[in-house]
Design a protein around this ligand. Sequence first.
Ligand SMILES: Cc1cc2nc3c(=O)[nH]c(=O)nc-3n(C[C@H](O)[C@H](O)[C@H](O)COP(=O)(O)O)c2cc1C
Length: 202
Amino acid sequence: MYLDVARTPVLDIYHLLVGIVTPRPIAWVTTLDPQGRVNLAPFSFFNAFGANPPVVVFSPTLRRDGTKKDTLRNLEANGEFVLNAAVEPLAEQINLSSKEIPYGDSEIDLTGLHTLPATKVKPPRVAESPIHMEGMVRQIVPVGNGPISANLVIGEIVAMHVDDQILDSSGRIDPRTLRTIARLGGDWFCRTSDLFEMKRPT
Ligand SMILES: Cc1cc2nc3c(=O)[nH]c(=O)nc-3n(C[C@H](O)[C@H](O)[C@H](O)COP(=O)(O)O)c2cc1C
């Protein structure tokens, strides 16, 4: 199969892209609207890009009707977020929190999850998640302006909360305890339970 992107429908490109770039980690993002109502949504166009300062990028694309997702609207309004770890015991709630509900309605109520206050930003943390990273927007970079076009939210992490129970004896995060999930194409997800170790070449 060969595709010239300029001659291929956007939806076909989207399905190919998310099938190819796999597995994708999931940013499970809490934000606040200008009235202080909590929004929660997952984004798998996501990764970390440096540690000094710690920088993450995730992308709430424009909806298929070209409108902005609630997370993007909130970040444009106040620039603060919390990234909650997307872990296997919370898979159902992560998926449910992707439901499109009216602006201002909270996915926290929808999922039955609970919140804890953050320390340096106003959006709260998802209490059930074992890791929270508090972040502030550095820049939002739109790329394109049609349906499913990217909005790169470049965020700086300013505080991290890590449940001690997921640390190993040397104080590092133990992936066997954390059990992150990740996104593949279509409705597929994967677990991180089939792990192997490999030493870096010296
Ligand atoms: C696991 C998962 C990953 C997702 N990743 C993205 C993504 O990277 N970008 C995006 O725009 N939507 C993504 N979605 C869809 C959004 O979560 C969905 O549009 C949601 O309603 C957006 O919420 P908001 O309008 O409250 O911001 C994903 C959904 C799921 C279940």
